[in-house]
Structures are given as C-alpha cells and as structure tokens.
Design a protein around this ligand. Structure first.
Ligand code: 5GP
Ligand code: ZN
Length: 115
C-alpha cells in the first residue's frame, strides 16, 4: 500500500516535508519542488499506484483525482484563465517518479504541442 522508499508515499504519510495545498482521505495535493509554471501542483493518491495505468482498475479513484485537480485549480484562481492537467506515464512519457501524479500547471500560457 505504502512504499517507504517512494517520495510521494512519504509526503502523503507526512514523513517527507512538502508544501501541501489540499488533502482528502484518498489524495494529497502539494507544490512541485521544481515548478514549471507560476502554479505547479501535484495531485497524488495516498495509495501507491505506479502510474495512470493502474487507474483502469479503480475508476472511482480516477474520478476523485480529476475532481481534486479541478477543485485545486479553482482555489488557485485558474478557472477563468485556464490551465493544463498532465500525467506522464512510463519512460517515454517522461515519468520520473513512479507514484501516480497529476500535474496542474497554470498562471502562464501553455504551448502546444508539449515537448
Ligand atoms: P514526472 O516527471 O514523474 O511526471 O514528475 C515528477 C515531478 O515530481 C517533477 O516535476 C519533480 O519536480 C517533482 N518532484 C520530485 N520529487 C519531489 C519531492 O520530493 N517533492 C516535491 N514537492 N516534488 C517532487
Ligand atoms: Zn508511492
């Protein structure tokens, strides 16, 4: 359930400091250590899941996480301007932390296509 070597499990458990912006029974939201936009928040499940691939088995959690992203975006004042939601999957997807997370990026215009 929880991997003591996983940084996001440790943040969810409170054993690794993070700038928390919101929490719930199934997820936590905190600011990215290396922000790529004025607002860069990560929304992660408390339960250790490797990536979005694991959400296929838990659509209720998938919905809760996306609803959390939308709620945090509104609280961060991004609703009018718009924002980007990203989840990187695997090596070629650019995933560097093997605990499912949604990036919420906002506060600047986002280019398309992404790199
Ligand atoms: P990925 O590349 O896996 O999609 O995104 C991982 C993100 O986690 C990166 O944007 C990175 O800056 C962030 N990150 C990695 N380790 C930590 C940490 O210990 N604390 C916080 N707040 N963010 C982290
Ligand atoms: Zn984890």
């Amino acid at each position: 359930m929880t991997d003591p070597t996983c940084p996001f499990c440790r943040i969810a458990a409170g054993s690794l400091p993070a700038d928390l912006v919101a929490t719930d029974e199934s997820w936590v939201a905190f600011r990215d250590l290396h922000p790529q936009a004025p607002v860069h928040v990560l929304v992660v499940p408390r339960r250790h899941l490797a990536s979005a691939v694991d959400l296929e088995a838990d659509p209720a959690l998938a919905g809760a996480l996306l609803a959390a992203v939308v709620r945090v975006a509104r609280r961060e004042g991004l609703e009018e301007r718009g924002y980007r939601v990203v989840t990187n999957v695997g090596r070629e997807g650019g995933q560097t932390v093997a605990h499912l997370h949604f990036h919420l990026l906002g506060g600047r215009p986002c280019r398309w296509p992404p790199g």
